[in-house]
Design a protein around this ligand. Sequence first.
Ligand code: AMP
Ligand code: MN
Ligand code: MN
Ligand code: MN
Length: 288
Amino acid sequence: MKTAENLSLIYDLHSHTTCSDGSLSPEELITRADVRHIDFLAITDHDTTAALEQAKVYRDKIESKLKLINGIEISTKWHGFEIHIVGLCIDAGETAFQEVMSLQRKNRQIRAQNIALKLEKKGVKKPLERATELAKGPVISRTHYAKVLLEQGFVSNFEQAFKKYLGKGKSCYVSPNWMDIETAVKFIKLAGGIAVLAHPIRYDLSNKWLTKLVDEFAAVGGEGLEVGLTQMSPNQRTHLSRLATERGLYSSQGSDFHAPARWLDLGKNLRLTDACVPIWRHPRWRFS
Ligand code: AMP
Ligand code: MN
Ligand code: MN
Ligand code: MN
């Protein structure tokens, strides 16, 4: 039940399930969203739409009023940075879109094999086999390798796994063969969707490079920017909101939920500024 102070609708437009590197199954995620009174949820798994149908079937089964937006989060490469593009309101049945995502998953599998070779040299036992077991869907992510490193005592937390082994430039990093931003935007649009630049402040870019990224993203047809993230300073929110509004981009918000944590949850702390035009005002906005 919504309380009197909380009558506005809650939108969380970035979340993960076990179909990529999230810890909750599509069913568990729907249950959590329902318990937390989320009104609109987008499941945006890395490079796969496998969770969407399952989530919808379950939502209907439990007769939840939760509205679902078809989403995906596509990994791209830009000047050596790994930039994530969220696609919202996509038609997951679009064949050409699914073909290009299937190719992306093949490249992901090749990267997973190459990461495993490097981890084996560090003494990690059967990394590919274990990551494959941990991955319950069609995608092996570095998150799964972080779990393997943790299990085998090579690190004491996820952050350390990325800092010591899996992060860019670290000993077990493998440069991925992701598509470029233009291709991701093109195929999201082909599937009728809206392309959103995900978590712009998480790439460790200087202001100059972040501006260049947003400019180029907008120039190739990108239409939205994630302005509302769970953990950000008021200054960061104002800055992102300005980057969006100055270019006529719609603003999105999402928790990037992977697993329950004390500091992060579905719908928690997500806000836009008054200057923002919310992505749910986009003419192609649709949900079910
Ligand atoms: P991948 O898509 O396989 O390149 O893996 C990227 C995923 O790893 C991101 O979506 C995050 O979920 C996770 N990740 C990246 N950096 C970190 C970090 N420093 N600590 C914990 N998880 C991270
Ligand atoms: Mn992830
Ligand atoms: Mn991401
Ligand atoms: Mn994400």
